[in-house]
Design a protein around this ligand. Sequence first.
Ligand code: CA
Ligand code: CA
Ligand code: CA
Ligand code: CA
Length: 346
Amino acid sequence: VFGGKIPRTPWTHTSLTSPPPIPLVKPAIQTDAVPSLGDAADDPAIWVNKANPEQSLVLGTDKQGGLVVYDLKGKTQQFLPVGRLNNVDVRHGFHFNGKQIDLAVASNRDHNSLHVFAIDPASRLVTEMGEVSTTAQDIYGLCMYKNKQGDIYTIVNDKDGRFFQYRMQDNHGKIDAELVREFSVSSQPEGCVADDKNHRLFVGEENKAVWALDARSNKAATLTEVMSVSEHLKADIEGLSLYQTQGEDYLVISSQGNDSYVVLDALPPFAYRGVFRVGFNTDLGIDGVSETDGLDVTSVNLGEPWHQGMLVVQDGRNRMPVENQNFKYVPWSDIADQLGLSATKK
Ligand code: CA
Ligand code: CA
Ligand code: CA
Ligand code: CA
Protein backbone atom coordinates (compact mmCIF):
# COMPACT_ATOMS: atom_id res chain seq x y z
CA VAL A 1 0.00 0.00 0.00
CA PHE A 2 2.82 2.43 0.85
CA GLY A 3 5.05 1.18 -1.99
CA GLY A 4 7.39 -0.56 0.40
CA LYS A 5 8.08 2.60 2.44
CA ILE A 6 7.62 2.49 6.19
CA PRO A 7 5.08 5.17 7.12
CA ARG A 8 6.11 7.58 9.85
CA THR A 9 3.67 7.01 12.66
CA PRO A 10 1.99 9.92 14.40
CA TRP A 11 2.98 8.27 17.69
CA THR A 12 6.69 8.60 16.91
CA HIS A 13 6.22 12.19 15.82
CA THR A 14 4.37 13.13 19.01
CA SER A 15 6.77 11.42 21.36
CA LEU A 16 9.69 13.33 19.86
CA THR A 17 8.11 16.75 20.21
CA SER A 18 6.05 16.63 23.41
CA PRO A 19 7.73 18.19 26.45
CA PRO A 20 8.97 15.92 29.26
CA PRO A 21 6.41 15.36 32.02
CA ILE A 22 6.46 17.85 34.90
CA PRO A 23 7.78 16.25 38.13
CA LEU A 24 5.23 15.83 40.91
CA VAL A 25 5.73 16.31 44.64
CA LYS A 26 3.19 15.54 47.36
CA PRO A 27 1.77 17.71 50.11
CA ALA A 28 2.50 16.26 53.58
CA ILE A 29 0.03 18.52 55.41
CA GLN A 30 -3.01 20.56 54.46
CA THR A 31 -4.41 23.35 56.59
CA ASP A 32 -7.93 23.74 57.84
CA ALA A 33 -10.07 25.58 55.29
CA VAL A 34 -10.26 29.38 55.48
CA PRO A 35 -13.53 30.83 56.87
CA SER A 36 -14.74 32.55 53.66
CA LEU A 37 -16.41 30.92 50.66
CA GLY A 38 -15.13 31.11 47.11
CA ASP A 39 -11.75 32.50 46.05
CA ALA A 40 -10.62 33.50 49.54
CA ALA A 41 -7.32 31.98 50.64
CA ASP A 42 -4.53 33.93 49.03
CA ASP A 43 -1.09 34.39 50.49
CA PRO A 44 0.87 32.60 53.24
CA ALA A 45 3.88 33.72 55.29
CA ILE A 46 5.92 31.34 57.42
CA TRP A 47 6.90 32.69 60.85
CA VAL A 48 9.93 30.75 62.04
CA ASN A 49 10.05 30.30 65.81
CA LYS A 50 13.81 30.69 66.28
CA ALA A 51 13.86 29.28 69.81
CA ASN A 52 11.68 26.29 68.91
CA PRO A 53 11.38 25.77 65.13
CA GLU A 54 8.85 22.92 65.50
CA GLN A 55 6.52 25.51 67.05
CA SER A 56 6.63 27.77 63.99
CA LEU A 57 3.45 29.22 62.46
CA VAL A 58 1.95 29.85 59.05
CA LEU A 59 -0.02 33.07 58.60
CA GLY A 60 -2.48 32.93 55.71
CA THR A 61 -4.70 35.62 54.29
CA ASP A 62 -8.42 35.12 53.78
CA LYS A 63 -8.90 37.90 51.25
CA GLN A 64 -12.62 38.12 52.04
CA GLY A 65 -12.17 38.34 55.78
CA GLY A 66 -8.87 38.49 57.63
CA LEU A 67 -5.81 36.60 58.80
CA VAL A 68 -5.70 32.92 59.75
CA VAL A 69 -2.89 31.54 61.90
CA TYR A 70 -2.00 27.86 61.49
CA ASP A 71 0.46 25.56 63.24
CA LEU A 72 2.73 23.13 61.39
CA LYS A 73 0.01 20.47 61.52
CA GLY A 74 -2.29 22.84 59.61
CA LYS A 75 -4.61 23.42 62.56
CA THR A 76 -6.14 26.87 63.00
CA GLN A 77 -4.69 28.64 66.03
CA GLN A 78 -6.33 32.03 65.51
CA PHE A 79 -8.55 33.92 63.10
CA LEU A 80 -8.36 37.70 63.13
CA PRO A 81 -11.40 39.02 61.20
CA VAL A 82 -9.88 42.41 60.38
CA GLY A 83 -10.95 42.85 56.75
CA ARG A 84 -9.91 41.98 53.22
CA LEU A 85 -6.22 41.16 53.62
CA ASN A 86 -4.60 40.26 50.30
CA ASN A 87 -0.90 39.50 50.90
CA VAL A 88 1.14 39.03 54.06
CA ASP A 89 4.83 38.88 54.93
CA VAL A 90 6.96 38.60 58.10
CA ARG A 91 10.27 39.96 59.44
CA HIS A 92 12.00 39.33 62.76
CA GLY A 93 13.56 41.89 65.08
CA PHE A 94 11.66 45.19 64.82
CA HIS A 95 12.59 47.75 67.48
CA PHE A 96 9.37 48.84 69.14
CA ASN A 97 8.71 50.42 72.54
CA GLY A 98 12.18 49.46 73.77
CA LYS A 99 11.78 45.83 72.75
CA GLN A 100 12.47 43.64 69.73
CA ILE A 101 9.33 42.18 68.21
CA ASP A 102 8.47 40.08 65.18
CA LEU A 103 6.36 41.89 62.65
CA ALA A 104 3.77 40.70 60.14
CA VAL A 105 2.30 43.19 57.66
CA ALA A 106 -0.65 42.58 55.33
CA SER A 107 -2.19 44.67 52.55
CA ASN A 108 -5.74 45.61 53.60
CA ARG A 109 -7.98 46.17 50.55
CA ASP A 110 -10.83 47.61 52.64
CA HIS A 111 -8.72 50.61 53.65
CA ASN A 112 -5.74 50.62 51.22
CA SER A 113 -3.63 50.29 54.34
CA LEU A 114 -0.75 48.36 55.82
CA HIS A 115 -2.31 46.17 58.49
CA VAL A 116 0.37 45.47 61.08
CA PHE A 117 0.57 42.56 63.54
CA ALA A 118 3.04 41.51 66.24
CA ILE A 119 3.97 37.87 66.84
CA ASP A 120 4.98 36.99 70.39
CA PRO A 121 7.58 34.19 70.34
CA ALA A 122 6.74 33.05 73.88
CA SER A 123 2.95 32.72 73.55
CA ARG A 124 2.90 32.37 69.71
CA LEU A 125 0.00 34.81 69.76
CA VAL A 126 -0.55 37.16 66.85
CA THR A 127 -1.94 40.54 67.88
CA GLU A 128 -3.07 43.57 65.92
CA MET A 129 -0.81 46.63 66.22
CA GLY A 130 -2.81 48.91 63.96
CA GLU A 131 -3.08 50.19 60.43
CA VAL A 132 -1.01 52.66 58.47
CA SER A 133 -2.64 54.40 55.50
CA THR A 134 -0.90 54.32 52.11
CA THR A 135 -1.10 56.37 48.92
CA ALA A 136 -2.21 53.29 46.95
CA GLN A 137 -5.70 53.57 45.44
CA ASP A 138 -6.14 49.84 44.86
CA ILE A 139 -3.63 48.13 47.14
CA TYR A 140 -2.72 44.58 46.11
CA GLY A 141 0.59 42.70 46.54
CA LEU A 142 2.96 43.10 49.49
CA CYS A 143 6.36 41.92 50.69
CA MET A 144 8.88 42.96 53.34
CA TYR A 145 12.62 43.72 53.33
CA LYS A 146 15.15 44.05 56.18
CA ASN A 147 18.41 45.81 55.34
CA LYS A 148 21.88 45.21 56.83
CA GLN A 149 21.34 48.03 59.35
CA GLY A 150 18.19 46.32 60.63
CA ASP A 151 15.65 48.74 59.14
CA ILE A 152 12.46 46.97 58.09
CA TYR A 153 10.54 47.99 54.98
CA THR A 154 7.15 47.05 53.53
CA ILE A 155 6.77 47.20 49.76
CA VAL A 156 3.22 47.28 48.41
CA ASN A 157 1.86 47.56 44.92
CA ASP A 158 -1.25 49.03 43.35
CA LYS A 159 -3.14 47.20 40.58
CA ASP A 160 -2.15 50.07 38.26
CA GLY A 161 1.52 49.01 38.44
CA ARG A 162 2.86 51.44 41.04
CA PHE A 163 5.01 50.23 43.93
CA PHE A 164 5.40 52.07 47.25
CA GLN A 165 8.23 51.28 49.64
CA TYR A 166 7.67 52.21 53.29
CA ARG A 167 10.10 52.16 56.20
CA MET A 168 8.38 50.80 59.30
CA GLN A 169 8.67 53.09 62.32
CA ASP A 170 7.94 53.26 66.01
CA ASN A 171 6.21 56.62 66.39
CA HIS A 172 6.27 57.05 70.19
CA GLY A 173 4.83 53.61 70.80
CA LYS A 174 2.48 53.67 67.82
CA ILE A 175 3.17 51.75 64.60
CA ASP A 176 3.88 54.02 61.65
CA ALA A 177 5.54 53.95 58.23
CA GLU A 178 7.29 56.50 56.06
CA LEU A 179 7.10 56.43 52.25
CA VAL A 180 10.71 56.31 51.05
CA ARG A 181 10.58 55.25 47.39
CA GLU A 182 8.18 54.79 44.47
CA PHE A 183 8.62 52.96 41.19
CA SER A 184 6.36 51.17 38.73
CA VAL A 185 5.92 48.42 36.18
CA SER A 186 3.74 48.80 33.08
CA SER A 187 0.86 46.44 33.99
CA GLN A 188 -0.74 44.70 36.99
CA PRO A 189 1.79 43.33 39.50
CA GLU A 190 1.16 41.28 42.61
CA GLY A 191 3.75 38.87 43.99
CA CYS A 192 7.04 40.17 45.31
CA VAL A 193 9.84 39.01 47.60
CA ALA A 194 13.01 40.61 49.00
CA ASP A 195 16.39 38.90 49.23
CA ASP A 196 17.70 40.57 52.40
CA LYS A 197 21.14 38.94 52.07
CA ASN A 198 21.77 40.39 48.60
CA HIS A 199 19.52 43.49 48.94
CA ARG A 200 17.60 42.47 45.84
CA LEU A 201 13.87 42.79 45.28
CA PHE A 202 11.93 40.51 42.91
CA VAL A 203 8.58 41.69 41.57
CA GLY A 204 6.10 39.86 39.36
CA GLU A 205 4.19 41.60 36.58
CA GLU A 206 1.34 39.09 36.24
CA ASN A 207 1.08 38.79 32.45
CA LYS A 208 4.61 39.72 31.56
CA ALA A 209 7.71 38.91 33.59
CA VAL A 210 9.52 38.67 36.90
CA TRP A 211 11.87 41.62 37.41
CA ALA A 212 14.74 42.26 39.84
CA LEU A 213 15.87 45.58 41.26
CA ASP A 214 17.95 46.95 44.11
CA ALA A 215 15.90 46.73 47.31
CA ARG A 216 17.72 49.65 48.97
CA SER A 217 15.50 52.69 49.07
CA ASN A 218 18.35 55.14 48.32
CA LYS A 219 19.20 53.35 45.04
CA ALA A 220 17.64 53.77 41.61
CA ALA A 221 14.83 51.31 40.93
CA THR A 222 16.29 49.91 37.70
CA LEU A 223 14.42 46.80 36.56
CA THR A 224 16.32 43.78 35.23
CA GLU A 225 14.34 40.99 33.58
CA VAL A 226 14.63 37.69 35.48
CA MET A 227 12.19 35.59 33.42
CA SER A 228 9.39 36.48 31.05
CA VAL A 229 6.16 34.58 30.48
CA SER A 230 7.29 31.67 28.32
CA GLU A 231 7.25 27.86 27.94
CA HIS A 232 7.58 27.16 31.68
CA LEU A 233 6.15 30.35 33.14
CA LYS A 234 2.47 30.81 32.29
CA ALA A 235 0.42 33.86 33.25
CA ASP A 236 -0.59 34.82 35.79
CA ILE A 237 2.76 35.10 37.52
CA GLU A 238 1.65 34.95 41.17
CA GLY A 239 3.51 34.23 44.43
CA LEU A 240 7.30 34.56 44.72
CA SER A 241 9.55 33.31 47.52
CA LEU A 242 13.19 32.48 48.23
CA TYR A 243 14.87 29.29 49.44
CA GLN A 244 18.24 30.30 50.89
CA THR A 245 20.99 28.40 52.69
CA GLN A 246 24.72 29.14 52.92
CA GLY A 247 25.29 27.51 49.53
CA GLU A 248 21.91 27.83 47.79
CA ASP A 249 19.74 30.70 46.60
CA TYR A 250 16.61 29.74 44.70
CA LEU A 251 13.62 31.77 43.60
CA VAL A 252 10.29 29.87 43.54
CA ILE A 253 7.56 31.31 41.29
CA SER A 254 3.89 30.33 41.07
CA SER A 255 3.16 29.77 37.37
CA GLN A 256 -0.59 29.93 37.87
CA GLY A 257 -1.55 29.39 34.22
CA ASN A 258 -0.27 25.81 34.19
CA ASP A 259 -0.67 24.93 37.89
CA SER A 260 3.08 24.61 38.46
CA TYR A 261 6.10 26.21 40.12
CA VAL A 262 9.30 27.39 38.47
CA VAL A 263 12.64 27.30 40.33
CA LEU A 264 15.44 29.65 39.27
CA ASP A 265 18.78 30.63 40.74
CA ALA A 266 18.07 33.78 42.75
CA LEU A 267 21.47 35.16 41.74
CA PRO A 268 22.33 36.50 38.25
CA PRO A 269 22.10 35.22 35.57
CA PHE A 270 19.01 33.63 37.25
CA ALA A 271 19.56 30.21 35.63
CA TYR A 272 16.54 27.93 35.22
CA ARG A 273 16.61 24.98 37.69
CA GLY A 274 13.36 23.24 36.90
CA VAL A 275 9.62 23.10 37.35
CA PHE A 276 7.28 20.96 39.45
CA ARG A 277 3.64 20.43 40.39
CA VAL A 278 2.05 19.51 43.72
CA GLY A 279 -0.01 16.34 43.16
CA PHE A 280 -2.29 14.18 45.28
CA ASN A 281 -1.14 12.49 48.46
CA THR A 282 -3.64 9.63 48.32
CA ASP A 283 -2.16 7.89 51.38
CA LEU A 284 -2.94 10.94 53.52
CA GLY A 285 -6.15 11.90 51.68
CA ILE A 286 -4.81 15.28 50.54
CA ASP A 287 -5.76 16.61 47.11
CA GLY A 288 -3.32 18.12 44.64
CA VAL A 289 -2.83 21.84 44.17
CA SER A 290 -3.98 24.09 41.34
CA GLU A 291 -4.23 27.82 40.55
CA THR A 292 -1.83 28.86 43.30
CA ASP A 293 -1.88 32.53 44.23
CA GLY A 294 0.57 33.12 47.08
CA LEU A 295 3.33 30.88 48.38
CA ASP A 296 6.16 30.99 50.91
CA VAL A 297 9.20 28.83 51.51
CA THR A 298 11.82 28.47 54.25
CA SER A 299 15.07 26.49 54.39
CA VAL A 300 14.97 26.29 58.20
CA ASN A 301 14.74 22.78 59.71
CA LEU A 302 11.27 22.79 61.28
CA GLY A 303 11.50 19.13 62.38
CA GLU A 304 10.39 16.12 60.34
CA PRO A 305 9.41 16.04 57.53
CA TRP A 306 10.72 19.60 57.13
CA HIS A 307 14.42 18.92 57.81
CA GLN A 308 15.35 20.77 54.59
CA GLY A 309 12.58 23.30 55.04
CA MET A 310 9.03 23.72 53.83
CA LEU A 311 7.05 25.18 50.94
CA VAL A 312 3.53 26.50 51.64
CA VAL A 313 1.20 27.05 48.68
CA GLN A 314 -2.34 28.32 48.38
CA ASP A 315 -4.68 25.82 46.70
CA GLY A 316 -7.37 27.22 44.40
CA ARG A 317 -9.58 24.09 44.66
CA ASN A 318 -9.75 22.19 47.92
CA ARG A 319 -11.19 18.71 47.30
CA MET A 320 -11.31 15.37 49.20
CA PRO A 321 -13.78 16.55 50.47
CA VAL A 322 -14.85 19.77 48.72
CA GLU A 323 -14.39 22.60 51.22
CA ASN A 324 -13.38 26.25 51.33
CA GLN A 325 -9.87 26.92 50.01
CA ASN A 326 -6.80 26.10 52.06
CA PHE A 327 -3.01 25.88 52.01
CA LYS A 328 -0.81 22.84 51.45
CA TYR A 329 2.65 22.22 53.00
CA VAL A 330 5.31 20.40 50.95
CA PRO A 331 8.68 19.11 52.28
CA TRP A 332 11.49 20.91 50.46
CA SER A 333 13.52 17.67 50.45
CA ASP A 334 11.00 16.20 47.95
CA ILE A 335 11.38 19.20 45.66
CA ALA A 336 15.19 19.05 45.90
CA ASP A 337 15.09 15.33 45.04
CA GLN A 338 12.76 15.78 42.07
CA LEU A 339 14.73 18.69 40.61
CA GLY A 340 18.17 17.30 41.46
CA LEU A 341 18.95 20.36 43.58
CA SER A 342 20.62 18.42 46.40
CA ALA A 343 23.04 16.80 43.96
CA THR A 344 24.28 20.17 42.79
CA LYS A 345 24.83 21.50 46.31
CA LYS A 346 28.47 22.40 46.91
CA1 CA B 1 -7.30 32.78 43.35
CA1 CA C 1 3.51 36.24 51.37
CA1 CA D 1 -3.09 37.96 41.08
CA1 CA E 1 -6.66 21.04 45.29
